[in-house]
Design a protein around this ligand. Structure first.
Ligand code: FES
Ligand code: FES
Length: 161
């Protein structure tokens, strides 16, 4: 019989008490138990970034991060970005700059870039490129994604000036 443990996670502002196996990853719990399927699991080995979510504001790979390690923590997924249907400046910039094609990488890109902009609201192009180097995209060539992140930073700065 498998060991079962109780964990308490706050996900996108909502508390959840869950009974899970210690081996379950955060990605499995978010996708399979909470139906938050925005994050994608592809490489399953912390290489591609498609599964990126934020735990207490830090970007982590949900494919290898154990759900038990998120006990008592605050988790944000792509579903938690827009508020009342209003996109964040970053999400809007991804649309405006056509920063996705198949979109498989997009939720991970958005979460990594969200953490990046929260830590550094006015990054240089080089800092954006470096900040996103753990997120792979097969479609866009990356330039529109970097453009979108820089545009979101500029839009946020303008809105708060
Ligand atoms: S699926 Fe987690 S990093 Fe690729
Ligand atoms: S848009 Fe297809 S992998 Fe990035």
């Amino acid at each position: 019989m498998h060991e079962i443990i109780e964990v308490g996670l706050t996900v996108n502002g909502r508390p959840h008490e869950l009974r899970i196996e210690p081996r379950e990853t955060l990605g499995e719990v978010l996708r399979d138990r909470l139906a938050l399927t925005g994050l994608k699991v592809s490489c399953d080995s912390q290489v591609c970034g498609a599964c990126t979510v934020l735990v207490d504001g830090l970007a982590v790979s949900a494919c290898t991060y154990l759900a038990v390690d998120a006990d008592g923590r605050s988790v944000r997924t792509v579903e938690g970005l827009a508020v009342d249907g209003r996109l964040t400046p970053l999400q809007q910039a991804f649309i405006d700059h056509a920063a996705f094609q198949c979109a498989f990488c997009t939720s991970g890109m958005l979460m990594t870039a969200t953490a990046l902009l929260e830590e550094n609201p006015a990054p240089t192009r080089e800092e954006v490129v470096t900040g996103l180097e753990g997120n792979l995209c097969r479609c866009t060539g990356y330039a529109p994604i970097v453009d979108a992140v820089l545009a979101a930073a500029a839009a946020t700065a303008e809105a708060t000036a």
